[in-house]
Design a protein around this ligand. Sequence first.
Ligand SMILES: Nc1nc2c(c(=O)[nH]1)N[C@H]1C(S)=C(S)[C@@H](COP(=O)(O)O)O[C@H]1N2
Ligand SMILES: [Mo]
Length: 398
Amino acid sequence: MTGGPADRLQAALEALDARLPRPEQFPHRARGRWLTARAGTALGVCFVVCFVTGVWSHVLQHPPYGFVPPSRPWWGYALTQGVHVTTGMASIPLLVVKLWSVAPRFWRRPLLPSSLRPTRSALRHGIERVSVLVLVASAVFELVTGVLNVAQAYVFPFFFPAVHFAVAWLAVGSMVLHLAVQWPAIRGGWRLREARRLTDQARGGLTRRGVLGLGLVGSAAAVLTTVGDKIPVLSQISVFSQRSQRGPQGLPVNGLAVWAGIDGAGLAERWRLQLVGPAGQVVLDLAALQGMTQVTVRLPIACVEGWSVAADWTGVRLADLAGLVGGGTRAVVSSPDPGLYGRSEVGPAAFADPDTLIALQLNGEPLALDHGFPARLIAPHRPGALQTKWLDRIEVVR
Ligand SMILES: Nc1nc2c(c(=O)[nH]1)N[C@H]1C(S)=C(S)[C@@H](COP(=O)(O)O)O[C@H]1N2
Ligand SMILES: [Mo]
């Protein structure tokens, strides 16, 4: 009899293995490749669309060096971000069904390394398990942080956009790996037509069609209950999206004046806009801006949270103002708001766009204080976060 530490460890592992559950202990007639392949494909399609629109949204909000964000089509950001948030919401019930359908497989053997000497197949098995773990963890992380952000519950101890973006690559990378490994099983699952033989325990309960239907109906419900924040006719049934009509002048507010330290008392008289450009500096008061050519455009505020609401904006073209200080190709606009969105850059396409305004009015009235009184930026195809409010300085760059 050998009683070395290696043997004792081996015996302990085997004992533990015998006590842990096995996949066969969780039978259900709906579980199996038929359901997994279909729920997984629907989830995969949602995830890919969500990823692509998310990357585009990220690049528009944080343009990498040398990239010029296009200013057309004017509805581009509202569409991409609307699709991003909607496909994310649609993914949640599909992910629940997909995980339910494969969950017992977590207990597949070998669960623990059966020997201390790793074999090639044990290694392959281990890598596959770790990649599934990364996929599930990153997918759940993306959906949870996304929902919290949309709900404006900023509970994260990290900068949401950077982390949500980084983890998305982890999710997509492990999804590609997962697809490659599971490709035969997915194809097999789609080809399965005839009913499988059922074990006695597995009878009863929902059929696989029933569970898949539940996932798809849940997905449609998730979309319908949230999409009203960008499609006004659906706002009545979209109980989870009451953001569409809140706020003064029929427009939701993101970033209150009090948070930004903006005091409205006597602001109209006190306020000055400092314009700096290649030809020098000009300081304008509100009357001077109102005396310039006024233009009205209809453009949405399209927030990263997925809501978008269009409005009529009236003000002075950025290019006209830039002309007062020698013109240029781009600008940095800023406000006294010390927060993250207190300033933004206007790239060459937006700078030259005739619809890019320093808006003084919203829907025919002077801007409400919370919408950026006395002056804010409004530009086409621009993330809401970059439609900077309470401007007091514009720096024109050649
Ligand atoms: N100075 C400043 N501008 C800002 C913000 C802010 O917090 N401070 N919030 C931004 C965000 S995230 C959005 S979605 C829009 C919302 O504009 P609204 O409040 O007029 O709807 O303003 C943007 N401009
Ligand atoms: Mo926003």
